[in-house]
Each structure stands twice: as structure tokens, then as C-alpha cells.
Design a protein around this ligand. Structure first.
Ligand SMILES: Cc1cc2nc3c(=O)[nH]c(=O)nc-3n(C[C@H](O)[C@H](O)[C@H](O)COP(=O)(O)OP(=O)(O)OC[C@H]3O[C@@H](n4cnc5c(N)ncnc54)[C@H](O)[C@@H]3O)c2cc1C
Length: 468
């Protein structure tokens, strides 16, 4: 009889685990508590237009996420820059650009660094020295997880202004913490993999359609084709290991049995559901409540619809402004009149508790300073989306709290962007964790884990030409 895998959680990690196990020959049921797939990446309709819960981007170095897009048939719904190019706007009108050439790393950034208007000559030298030192750090070295990235940058005399102009611009958006809060280990991973190990890792990609279409809806079709039994609105309330092997799952008043389980839920939910004695941290059994130490870091997005064009770029970063990143999403959501800008605020510990009125009072004037055309435009809509638990806090000490996929119970695996992938909580981390979890459960289903083979196809995406 075919043995059954139950995947709990229909975010990118759970979808990946379900598809991968099904592709390897498993009989798979996926239980998702919400009425839709896609997890932390979703869209909702408001006044006839789609809004995403938060702007999502990926980098060329996110190879498994790109495999995932191919697998669910969404590769044609994203664009990827052919070369990194980020306009950096300031309230005083000076615009800088962070871009790369085709030279090998680290020379690929030298032209941008030499022309970047927000660094002095000495500042460029300090940033360059820190970058070269960062390239030599091993993100897997546990000692790196005992200090903040900010404390390490201090060793190079990097000033607060240089930190804001270079490191936080990239780090806050990818790690969801400032340099002063983030673990050096995760910062080393991000900056090495994205900016320093190759010359093209940080080219930026984004969706041309609402996130729900890109992930959840496309995944639902792919899962159906792979014969995965998807049950939405199925919230799992208990998970029990049976003495002779296998599991019983309580969901919506009933019970289901499984030979193997992938628990692909956020860490707060996993802490409640993992059977006692199953969690392994640093090669030792650990109490599931220790996962609470991962904490959470919020992201806030502001969705502003203006009555006319206000922005010539597709996106830009803000410097010396509360606006961190701003994206023109108008074409991506099919807006017929006016322009829709999404302002993305990461590490938003302060903004998460502001009222919509306070956010409006702060951010509309800030946008007027960065984008002068907004001064004479009418604001037709101002919507706020808040994700209080957007990601775990990748602070010092978080590395030892991230479990690998394998647990102490044969047949039970963990997945989720928060597990030990080495990546910050990103879509790439979620997909990698799903692949690892499928791999870990296949032996309990009498299937060969060697059949889990992600097949990244670089260059399979429509490229967006940038002109640095
Ligand atoms: C606003 C925002 C912006 C972001 N921006 C980016 C970005 O630009 N780039 C990037 O790479 N990443 C970004 N991220 C992070 C990225 O979205 C996540 O890391 C990733 O989607 C997490 O996927 P996951 O499958 O691990 O978890 P989730 O997406 O959280 O999925 C877990 C699923 O489990 C379900 N679940 C929970 N409990 C139960 C239960 N008891 N029973 C059944 N189902 C349950 C949940 O409903 C959910 O669907 C952003 C996140 C947010 C919130």
C-alpha cells in the first residue's frame, strides 16, 4: 500500500515539500488552515484592485526559489534585472545608484562605489575594506553568531552615515533587522551570497502579477496536477507520534493518520505542535518552547494610489528618509487610472504600532520630499498592511535556535523559512527548507531521497534591461 505523507502548512515551504514528495512518488495530503495557499505571500482585493500584503523581491542568487517558480509554472510572471541597478533617492534631491558592471567580484561594484555620492573618499575606503573582510568570513562559523553586524562594522571605523548609505540599505530589507540588531552570521551570508561571491547574485527580481497569482493560485494547479490532496481551512490542532511508528493528526474535529509528516508552519505554531522530545537543536533534544527565543520582526507596507504619474523608476531606495524602499506596482496590478506605489518598511518595530493616521502624516510628506511630483498629485487611496510576525529575528544567538529538517522522530520533519537553512527568513529559505524536509521524510515512505533533485534553470526568466 502506498504510504502517506501529510504536510501541515501551505506556505512556500509546505508547497515545496508536498510537490517534491509527490514528484518522488509519495501519496501526499496538504493541510492549510487558511482558505488559500501561499502563506506569508498573499494578495487581497480592495475596491476592485489587488494589493499584496507586502512587496516581495528576490535576487538572482535565490536559485531554489527560481526552481520553485519553474515548478509551479510561474517563471513567466516575474522579471529579473540583467544587472543590479538601484536608484537611491534623498530628500535634498541628490540621486545615487548602486549598480554593477560585468567585471568579476569584487571589481563589479567598484565603479558604483567610486561614483556613489553619499560616501567620502575615506568612507569608500572603509566600506571597501569591510567588504573585502566580509568576503573572507564563513557564515557557518558559530562564532559569527555571537555578535551583531553593527559591532563588527565598528571595527572598520564605518560611520553611522556610511552604514545607512550602504549596509542598511541592503541589510534591513533582506534580514529584516538593522545592522545593530542583526547577527553577523546572517549578514555574512546575505552580503557574501548576494554581493560578493559572484558578480550577479544581487540582480533583483520581482513579480509582474499579484502574489496570490504568482504563488498560491499557481501552486494550487501544480499540486492538483501532481495529485496532492489539498485541504484548505484545515487547521491542525494536534500531532501525536504513535508507538509503533506513524502519526495521528487532529484537524477540524477529526483525525487523520500518516506514515510521515512535514510540519511547515511558522515557528510559534511549530512550538505548539511538535511532540515533546522530537525537537533537536545543536545535536541535542530540546524543549519545543525554546523556539520562542527566535522572536519576530515586523514588516509594514503602505499602499498609496496617486491620481497621476509621480515616479519614473520601477523602484528605488530612500536614504535619510523614513521611506526605505518604494515600488511602482501600477502595471503589476492592472491599475487603469493613477499610479500605485508600495512603500515597504522592514524592521518596522516603531511603525507597527503607529495608527494609519500617524503613518499617513509621516509618510506622505516623506514621499513628497523624495518624489517631487507627488506634491501636486491627489492621494486617492492610502492603505496600510501590517505583518507583526513577518519573520523571525535573525539576531545573535538565533542560529542555534534554528532546527534542521530532521527531528528525533523518524518520519517527522520540520520546514519553514525559520529552520536551519543558513538564509534569513526569505522565500529562498522557505523553498530550501521544503526540499530538505521532503528529503528527510522519503525513507519513512519507502522512497529514495535521491529522487529529490532541484533543477534550477538559470536564465529561464524574462530579463529586465537596466542602464547604469
Ligand atoms: C510583508 C512581508 C514581506 C516580505 N518580503 C520578502 C521579500 O521581499 N523577499 C523574500 O524572499 N521574503 C520576503 N518575506 C518573507 C517570506 O514571505 C517568508 O519567509 C516565506 O514566505 C515563509 O514561507 P513559509 O512557508 O516558511 O511560512 P508561511 O508562509 O508562514 O506558511 C506557513 C503556513 O502554515 C499555515 N499554518 C499555520 N499553522 C497551521 C496549522 N495549525 N494548521 C494548518 N496550517 C497552519 C499558515 O496559515 C501558513 O499558510 C516577506 C514576508 C512578509 C510578511
Amino acid at each position: 500500500m502506498t504510504r502517506r505523507l501529510i504536510v501541515v502548512g501551505g506556505g512556500l515551504a509546505g508547497i515545496t515539500a508536498a510537490l517534491t514528495a509527490a514528484d518522488a512518488g509519495a501519496s501526499v495530503t496538504l493541510l492549510e488552515g487558511r482558505p488559500r495557499l501561499g502563506g506569508a505571500t498573499f494578495s487581497f482585493r480592495r475596491d476592485g484592485r489587488w494589493l499584496d500584503n507586502g512587496q516581495h523581491v528576490f535576487l538572482r542568487c535565490c536559485t531554489e526559489y527560481q526552481w520553485f517558480l519553474n515548478r509551479i509554472g510561474s517563471a513567466d510572471k516575474v522579471v529579473l534585472q540583467d544587472r543590479l541597478d538601484v536608484p537611491v533617492l534623498t530628500p535634498w534631491g541628490t540621486t545615487g545608484r548602486l549598480w554593477r558592471t560585468r567585471l568579476p567580484s569584487p571589481l563589479h561594484l567598484s565603479a558604483a562605489l567610486s561614483r556613489y555620492p553619499f560616501l567620502t573618499l575615506a568612507g569608500r575606503a572603509r566600506v571597501g575594506l569591510a567588504a573585502l573582510a566580509l568576503k573572507r568570513l564563513d557564515p557557518e562559523d558559530p562564532r559569527l553568531d555571537t555578535m551583531t553586524f553593527g559591532a563588527w562594522l565598528d571595527r572598520f571605523g564605518v560611520t553611522a552615515r556610511e552604514r545607512a548609505a550602504m549596509w542598511d540599505l541592503v541589510g534591513v530589507a533582506t534580514i529584516n533587522l538593522t545592522a545593530d540588531q542583526a547577527s553577523l552570521a546572517v549578514a555574512a551570508k546575505v552580503f557574501r551570497t548576494g554581493l560578493l561571491d559572484t558578480n550577479d547574485g544581487a540582480d533583483i527580481g520581482w513579480s509582474r502579477v499579484p502574489l496570490q497569482q504568482l504563488h498560491g493560485d499557481a501552486a494550487a494547479r501544480a499540486l492538483e496536477d501532481a495529485k496532492v490532496d489539498v485541504r484548505l481551512r484545515s487547521r491542525v490542532s494536534s500531532l501525536e507520534a504513535l508507538p509503533g511508528g506513524g502519526f495521528t493528526i487532529g484537524a477540524d474535529g477529526g483525525t487523520l493518520s500518516a506514515d510521515a509528516v512535514v510540519l511547515a508552519v511558522p515557528h510559534e505554531d511549530a512550538a505548539r505542535l511538535i511532540p515533546a522530545d522530537a525537537l533537536i537543536l545543536e545535536d541535542r533534544r530540546a524543549n519545543p518552547t525554546s523556539l520562542a527565543g527566535l522572536g519576530s520582526s515586523p514588516i509594514v507596507n503602505l499602499h498609496v494610489v496617486y491620481d497621476r504619474p509621480v515616479f519614473r523608476e520601477e523602484f528605488a531606495a530612500g536614504l535619510a528618509s523614513p521611506v526605505q524602499w518604494v515600488f511602482d506596482r501600477s502595471d503589476n496590478v492592472g491599475l487603469e487610472r493613477g499610479r500605485y506605489l508600495a512603500v515597504s518598511l522592514s524592521a518596522a518595530d516603531r511603525e507597527i504600532d503607529l495608527t494609519n493616521h500617524q503613518l499617513r502624516e509621516t509618510f506622505l510628506p516623506a514621499l513628497e520630499k523624495l518624489l517631487p511630483a507627488t506634491r501636486t498629485a491627489r492621494v486617492d487611496e492610502f492603505v496600510v498592511t501590517k505583518e507583526r510576525n513577518a519573520t523571525f529575528r535573525a539576531a545573535p544567538g538565533s542560529r542555534r535556535l534554528r532546527p534542521h529538517a530532521r527531528t528525533a522522530l523518524p518520519g517527522l520533519a520540520l520546514a519553514g523559512a525559520w529552520t536551519a537553512t543558513g538564509w534569513p527568513a526569505t522565500m529562498e529559505s522557505a523553498v530550501r527548507s521544503g526540499l530538505a524536509a521532503a528529503h528527510a521524510t522519503l525513507p519513512s515512505l519507502d522512497l529514495d531521497p535521491g529522487r529529490v533533485l532541484p533543477t534550477t534553470k538559470p536564465g529561464a526568466f524574462p530579463e529586465r534591461t537596466t542602464t547604469p
